[in-house]
Design a protein around this ligand. Structure first.
Ligand SMILES: NC(=O)c1ccc[n+]([C@@H]2O[C@H](COP(=O)([O-])OP(=O)(O)OC[C@H]3O[C@@H](n4cnc5c(N)ncnc54)[C@H](O)[C@@H]3O)[C@@H](O)[C@H]2O)c1
Ligand SMILES: [Zn+2]
Ligand SMILES: [Zn+2]
Length: 361
């Protein structure tokens, strides 16, 4: 039996999203049907709507979610109906070249549901990041469901499904920030603030938040920034050097996806330091760097896909830290909204009024 539910659809490039009836099939082999309880609005949803990811419209948006498994298909043993789960976009295959060399967080063949969700007229939908959770129910591969402690509220838990995990992981996993280090985070939205929170968890001594919005800088302090720099009025490279003994930060994390800001992060880094790009560039962006500096500064220039997380390892651990009061996920939730409010939430995001608007179902 298929389920007719409401979903938030992006029909074409740049057009406002609409609420439509979607058809969600019952789970087949290896799949799970999930009743979504909460789904955060991530900048990547807006990238999809703007055609910045690919042209496979119509998209079923939403991908930062938690909910309860309603049904599972044949052969599914890891989760069962009633389990409280965070949805992930890294259901690892266990058999690609990354998995085989013991680095499953790079898995090149992650699983999604094989059946398609559709519009009422049968048009196949492309679920954002293989999830599509701005909907009452969604169909995913069972491996996309990571079971966590049901004591955590869905609004907080769901955030680990994308942006907050990406930011935490950019600091903890990709940059491997450690005690006493200096970190500069460029762009303090949900992802950047999570990178700040992750740096604090990992023991960074100096954490510089860089943004062009004063309000974002105030919030960044609440997540652990020890210094802030408004880069619309202060040169962030000079500033980062000034608070790191003149040298630059050990780790610079770019959480916007802007080549000009990436260059700032590159220049604000100490010799042999690490730059991590977690922001997603637009397809036509070009980065220009003095090549001699790429060599001369040494260290590492890394990209962080989903914070190099392994959901089965990282989600339950981070929910434990949340429950112990050591990771304040609730602080990311600026507002709880309904499915109808996603378009307005995009505008609030563009105006810098929110860290995360979270749709509650
Ligand atoms: N790598 C991943 O796996 C992954 C996962 C989720 C999101 N992302 C990406 O991370 C980025 C950030 O997402 P978000 O949800 O935090 O977005 P957001 O819009 O909430 O935050 C972006 C922040 O950057 C600031 N900013 C914009 N231009 C700036 C500039 N020139 N200088 C300094 N600050 C500037 C804004 O004021 C805002 O605070 C997006 O590109 C998103 O697609 C990546
Ligand atoms: Zn794999
Ligand atoms: Zn996202």
């Amino acid at each position: 039996m298929a389920h007719e539910v409401r979903g938030v659809i992006a029909r074409s490039k740049g057009e406002p999203v609409s609420i439509e009836t979607i058809v969600v099939p019952d789970p087949g082999p290896g799949e799970a049907l999930v009743a979504v309880q909460a789904c955060g609005v991530c900048h990547t949803d807006l990238h999809y709507r703007e055609g910045g990811i690919n042209d496979e419209f119509p998209f079923l948006l939403g991908h930062e979610a938690a909910g309860v498994v309603e049904a599972v298909g044949d052969g599914v043993t890891d989760v069962q109906p009633g389990d409280f789960v965070i949805l992930n976009w890294r259901a690892v295959c266990g058999d690609c070249r990354a998995c085989n060399r013991g680095e499953p967080w790079y898995c090149f063949n992650t699983h999604n549901a094989s059946q398609k969700m559709t519009l009422a007229d049968g048009t196949e939908l492309s679920p954002a990041l293989g999830i599509g959770a701005f909907a009452d129910k969604t169909l995913v591969a069972a491996g996309q469901c990571t079971k966590v402690d049901p004591e955590a509220p869905a609004t907080a838990a769901g955030l680990l499904g994308c942006g907050v995990m990406a930011g935490l992981g950019a600091a903890i996993n990709t940059a491997a920030v450690t005690r006493g280090q200096s970190v500069a985070v460029f762009g303090c939205g949900g992802v950047g603030d999570a990178a700040i929170a992750g740096s604090r968890l990992a023991g960074a001594a100096t954490i510089v938040a860089v943004d062009i919005d004063e309000r974002k800088l105030e919030w960044a302090k609440e997540f652990g920034a020890t210094h802030t720099c408004n880069s619309s009025s202060t040169d962030p490279v000079e500033y980062v050097r000034s608070v790191t003994g003149g040298f630059g930060a050990d780790v610079c994390i770019e959480a916007i996806g802007n080549p000009k800001v990436y260059k700032q992060a590159f220049e604000a880094r100490d010799l042999a330091g690490t730059v991590v790009l977690v922001g997603v560039p637009r397809p036509d962006d070009v980065l220009e760097l003095p090549f001699i500096e790429v060599f001369g500064r040494g260290g590492a220039l890394k990209s962080s896909w989903y914070g190099d997380c392994l959901p089965s390892r990282d989600f339950p651990m981070l929910i434990d830290l949340y429950r112990q009061g050591r990771l304040d996920l609730d602080r990311f939730v600026s507002e709880e909204i309904g499915l109808d409010d996603v378009e307005e939430a995009f505008h609030k995001m563009e105006r810098g009024e929110v860290l995360r608007s979270v749709v509650v179902l």
